[in-house]
Design a binder for this molecule. Structure first.
Ligand code: EPU
Length: 419
């Protein structure tokens, strides 16, 4: 059943909200359990559509999975080493099974991800990395066939710090012979969390969070019990929601050290922060200052918060420029925000946003996860009613958002979308 979100804008958010576990850390960590035959348990895994897709992917490979308050995988019975197109097309991150299956079986067949709403999103860097460590790669009928019974560690140098590429090679390198050195590695906190989980499984890794990661291959990995880090993108999205409604909210389980660039930008915009332990009290200003933002690999401003911050700046007191440097095509929220009364012009890779006095509710269409969140944020301040269609995008990555925003006083509900 298709659903839409109906929001009546106005009330400032008030109260307290708790941040869930990180989707983008949980996905590769759960997938890495393929490499450690036995029963692994993961805690703080958010209940999201992408996690359910991962559950299905593992089950189709032969694993036994139970996902209630924790995510339990018994990877012993996995026999299949093929992830078909049907799985990969639903979620690009399914391509991460390549490194894990290769480590376990010496062979993996995984469908090539196609384009997505954000642009072509190639995997050339993943494949280049595998070839550098001696894996044979063939492409046939839309499948990547990777084989390498005795992968030998070597040096891998990415052209740019790809998150998924770093994760895939990191996994395969854990059981390669000798040392693998990953140069120009991505430094995102989710990579650090994956490296920590792999280390608990028995991998020998150093340098995660830096540009060069070194992995000494070991013979085998063992299952673990592991707690996933907080979702910094969910936390960042709530920051924008609080700011845009001039709210006053305490965020619990707040990953402050992973959000320094975001907090810095929001301070410039006039948002007030007060940290006590793992709680952050956030107060939105009466008047939002215009700011310029450019997305960058971590520790820079995350591309996943580009759409949400664009929504915030639509009602700033002046002109802001938001530049997207990571994805080719991540401005699909802009025409929808314009329908809500925003004044935005796209100039190449930048959105020039002239702040308006207020937005006015309308029906809008989401087309990816983060842009659906940005449309909801706009709905929180727009006059009258905003309806966000194709809500399934939101449900890939925000746990119980309707419930969390309602508990903060927002007038928001999910209803059936008729067409
Ligand atoms: N790219 C290539 N070749 C490659 C790999 C990537 O050209 O071999 C390009 C992509 O097309 C894209 C850019 O490089 O334009 C960034 O790709 P990257 O590999 O760094 O990202 P990813 O692993 O595909 C992860 C997150 C994304 C997040 C990006 C950037 C997961 C599951 N996904 O994607 O999250 O935007 O890093 O930080 O971790 C989201 O959660 O909404 C989301 C899209």
């Amino acid at each position: 059943m298709l659903q839409k979100m109906v929001i009546r804008g106005g009330p400032p958010l008030k109260g307290a909200v708790r941040i869930s576990g990180s989707k983008n850390a949980a996905l590769p960590i759960i997938i890495s359990s393929i490499m450690a035959p036995g029963r692994s348990e993961f805690l703080d895994v958010p209940d999201l559509m992408d996690i359910r897709t991962t559950e299905r992917l593992l089950t189709d490979l032969g694993a036994e999975v139970v996902f209630n308050d924790k995510f339990v995988v018994d990877s012993t019975p996995i026999k299949n080493h093929e992830a078909p197109w049907d799985e990969v097309r639903k979620m690009r991150a399914s391509f991460l099974v390549l490194g894990a299956l290769l480590s376990r079986f010496g062979i993996a067949k995984v469908a090539l991800p196609g384009g997505c709403a954000l642009g072509p999103r190639l995997v050339d860097q993943h494949l280049k990395g595998f070839v550098s460590i001696g894996v044979k790669i063939k492409e046939e009928h839309g499948l990547v066939i990777a084989s390498g019974k005795n992968i030998r560690g070597d040096s891998v140098t990415f052209d740019f710090p790809t998150v998924g590429g770093t994760e895939n090679i990191l996994m395969a390198a854990c059981t390669a012979k000798g040392e693998t050195v990953i140069n120009n590695a991505a430094r995102e906190p989710e990579i650090i969390d994956l490296a920590r989980a792999l280390r608990e499984m028995g991998a020998v890794i150093e340098g995660e969070g830096e540009e060069t990661i070194r992995v000494q291959g070991v013979d085998a990995l063992s299952p673990i019990r592991y707690r996933i880090i907080q979702d910094r993108i969910e936390a960042g999205t709530y920051l924008m929601a609080i700011a845009v409604t001039a709210g006053d909210v305490t965020i619990e389980n707040f990953p402050a050290d992973m959000l320094t660039s975001v907090v810095g930008k929001l301070e410039e915009a006039g948002v007030d922060f007060k940290q006590t332990g793992d709680e952050m009290r956030v107060k939105g200003p009466k008047k939002i200052n215009p700011i310029n933002v450019s997305t960058q690999p971590y520790p820079g401003f995350p591309t996943d918060l580009q759409a949400p911050i664009t929504s915030l700046l639509t009602v700033a007191d002046g002109t802001s420029v938001v530049t997207e440097t990571i994805f080719e095509n991540r401005f699909a929220h802009v025409p929808e925000l314009i329908r809500l009364g925003a004044d935005i012009t796209i100039d190449g890779r930048s959105a020039v946003i002239k702040g308006v006095k207020g937005l006015s509710g309308a029906k809008v269409m989401s087309s990816d996860l983060r842009n659906s969140a940005s449309l909801i944020l706009a709905g929180l301040v727009a006059e009258n009613t905003t309806e966000v269609y194709r809500l399934y995008h939101l449900e890939r990555g925000y746990e119980r958002m309707e419930e969390k925003l309602s508990s903060l006083g927002a007038d928001i509900k999910k209803v059936r979308q008729d067409d």
